[in-house]
Design a protein around this ligand. Structure first.
Ligand SMILES: Cc1cc2nc3c(=O)[nH]c(=O)nc-3n(C[C@H](O)[C@H](O)[C@H](O)COP(=O)(O)OP(=O)(O)OC[C@H]3O[C@@H](n4cnc5c(N)ncnc54)[C@H](O)[C@@H]3O)c2cc1C
Length: 640
């Protein structure tokens, strides 16, 4: 084993752990320790392990050479990332195994450099080297408030990284917020500005916008859920980390349309505050816009283009621009992560890697769970005590917590709405070739929405899980102009929770007519794109080649396609803990307060009782805002 080999392992581990952000430069310097640990592991591992690792490294070089044109160490950042994505998503066994072996080795080394003994390797002289981190709960003194949030940085002193924890922790605070998605962000930001002490418990870590989908995809929680097959998709379900699912959004926040509000008023008990959504939406937008560098009320060019392209009516929406890159589309988006940053700035404590399992109530609320690292290894337990709890873990997260807490009769059987969606990529030879055509149907009349998104590895992987890196580059070069669309149905599909030996999971109930509609959408959109001059249309039907002419569509016997051949994305999950008139019709009232509980709130996408017919992030944010406002009004009563 040479120094070069060790350097390769270190490089590998650097790229496979994109999560350890942010931290002070001087806080944890793992490099030297990691090196020492790699050497120790190799010394102790015996001849066979050494041979095994060396041959894996050798194979890594060969694969790097053939895919990216150089040995592993010589590859620059982009190529390295591409290569790693390719390895993890390869359908062949060898690259997968190489990846696993190397990741295991680098996990141990990376990991142990923070003093984790559970992994099974004890390195004696290490003890003194362990970085000293104080786990005392910081004083709850309100921080100095400054006007305007631009330039606010993460207040690292208020963030606890679960991966460094080595003993059980007790947290005390006025309010516990579970999750760190858009609703959690809005609520935490609002409450901390009122000098209420808030602790945010998030099971994930910081999400690296470029590569993590690959690494987040290995989740056992996905068992039995919607037939997901792609990485972007899996990531969407998992919703892990600061910013929650907002990290995957298309960057557009849309207001709930009037007809949807009408449905809500009639069936879901929001008549108590008829206009609350408009009111809260306005406020939520303000919070988001004032702090992002966004341009409120601007029209999305994409929507305009698509509307023109498909001759449909543009909808009203706000586009909020930000700095974060969308995992799915590669676009710049406003990330809910920012709201959490502001909340932390105003004094909230953020606990990362803290997965809530259950809640119980005595004189106070007790929120219990496990402290985990990024890979799900349990490091310790925690118990948090508070006077009020906001559950903002999304439909799956919240329902699971409530189920574990004995609320099962209230949540089980409550439906979760999901929107089946699909991706279609059209390849044009040149932009000029894209003809105007009036032959297509008006999709919105059929209840099908379509939005253009950028072609990124995440999107591509949803179309062809095998196509990555150089293949993608080759295709892109061959076809200089391509457009990718996501389509989804206005009518949401139902899914429901069931208990299995693996825990509570979400099962979809996709009916035959949903499948038929999905196929209809593929057919019509493909035809429209072909008639607009597309050379090839990549569609979400497995084992049917891309369409190159309308005849291909007719000959492919699309109506005979089986459901398991479809690459269906599930987006816009809502429900599970719905708002209703009373405890007979819902779990919480229109401010997200759980019926019968003074201080338990569920104000996020899980309390939206139905599909909101448009992307639901702003509506989720609105419910959060409404809940925070009503909490603040009654804070003396709740917190006394
Ligand atoms: C691919 C995709 C694209 C989308 N695009 C758009 C769009 O363009 N516009 C739009 O408006 N909407 C969009 N949405 C929907 C939108 O992202 C979500 O509806 C919204 O972000 C939900 O926010 P939330 O706060 O309710 O929950 P989430 O964002 O799901 O946040 C929940 C958080 O809680 C954490 N958590 C869960 N369980 C626990 C636990 N037990 N302990 C601790 N933490 C836990 C999770 O890690 C997560 O961070 C999209 C969704 C997807 C999947």
């Amino acid at each position: 084993m040479t120094e070069k080999d060790i350097a390769k392992i270190r490089k590998f581990s650097r790229f496979t752990f994109p999560f350890d952000f942010p931290r002070k430069d001087d806080e944890i310097d793992t490099t030297e320790k990691q090196l020492q640990i790699i050497i120790n592991i190799l010394k102790r591992g015996g001849e066979n392990l050494r041979k095994f690792i060396i041959s894996s490294l050798y194979a890594l070089d060969i694969i790097s050479f053939f895919s990216e044109g150089g040995d592993f160490l010589s590859l620059d950042e982009t190529r390295t990332k591409r290569l790693l994505i390719k390895l993890t998503t390869s359908s062949r066994k060898t690259p997968q195994n190489i990846f696993r072996v190397l990741r295991f080795i680098s996990t141990i080394s990376f990991w142990d450099s923070f003093g984790n003994e559970k992994i099974g390797f004890k390195i004696p002289q290490r003890r003194d080297d362990i970085p000293k981190i104080s786990w005392e709960i910081p004083e709850e003194e309100p921080k100095i408030k400054i006007e305007g949030y631009r330039g606010v940085k993460w207040d690292i002193e208020r963030i606890k990284f679960g991966k460094f924890v080595r003993r059980d922790i007790r947290i005390v605070s006025d309010v516990i917020v579970v999750g760190s998605g858009i609703s959690a962000g809005i609520i935490s930001e609002r409450l901390t500005r009122e000098d209420i002490s808030v602790s945010i418990l998030e099971k994930g870590y910081f999400i690296d916008a470029e590569i993590p989908s690959v690494f987040l995809s290995q989740s056992s929680e996905l068992l039995g859920m919607f037939p997901v097959s792609s990485i972007a998709n899996i990531n969407a379900f998992f919703g892990k980390g600061i910013g929650g699912l907002g990290n995957l959004s298309f960057s557009i926040f849309e207001k709930m349309p009037d007809d949807a509000k009408e449905i809500w008023r009639k069936f879901h008990g929001v008549s108590t505050k008829e206009i609350f959504l408009d009111f809260a939406t306005k406020e939520a937008e303000e919070v988001i816009n004032s702090k992002g560098n966004g341009n409120a009320n601007s029209r999305s060019e994409t929507i305009e283009k698509i509307s023109e392209f498909f001759r449909t009516e543009p909808k009203s929406f706000n586009k909020i621009k930000g700095e974060k890159v969308n995992l799915l589309t590669g676009e710049e988006v406003f990330s809910p992560e920012k709201l959490i940053k502001y909340a932390v700035h105003f004094g909230a404590n953020l606990y990362l890697g803290f997965e809530v399992e259950k809640i119980s109530r005595g004189k106070k609320w007790f929120v219990e769970g496990k402290i985990k690292d990024e890979f799900g290894n349990i490091k310790a337990n925690f118990i948090a005590e508070s006077k009020a709890v906001f559950l903002c873990g999304g439909p799956y997260g919240n329902t699971k917590i409530l189920w574990n807490s004995g609320f099962k009769e209230k949540t089980l059987g409550r439906k979760v709405k999901i929107h089946p969606a699909g991706l279609i990529t059209a390849i044009f030879k040149s932009p000029q070739e894209q003809k105007d055509s009036s032959n297509y149907i008006e999709l919105s009349k059929e209840g099908i929405f379509i939005k253009e998104i950028k072609l990124t590895p995440g999107v591509w992987s949803s179309i062809f899980p095998g196509m990555f890196g150089p293949d993608l580059v080759k295709t892109a070069k061959k076809y200089p102009f391509s457009r990718t669309f996501i389509f989804w149905f206005r009518e949401a599909g139902d899914s429901y929770f069931v208990k299995t030996p693996f825990g509570v999971i979400l099962r979809t109930n996709l009916k035959g007519e949903d499948i038929a509609k999905f196929l209809f959408a593929i057919r019509e959109i493909s035809l429209a794109l072909l008639s607009c001059g597309a050379r090839e249309v990549y569609h979400p039907i497995r084992s049917v080649p891309p369409f190159t002419s309308p005849d291909d569509i007719n000959n492919s016997n699309i109506e005979k396609v089986k459901p398991n051949q479809l690459e269906i994305l599930s987006i816009f999950q809502t429900g599970g803990c719905p708002i209703g008139f009373s405890s007979d019709t819902g779990l919480c009232d229109s401010t997200g307060r759980v019926f019968g509980e003074k201080s338990l709130f569920i104000p996020d996408s899980s309390s939206l009782p139905d599909s909101v017919l448009v992307p639901p992030m702003l509506t989720s944010a609105s419910v959060g805002m409404l809940s925070a406002n009503s909490f603040i009004e009654r804070k003396n009563f709740i917190l006394k």
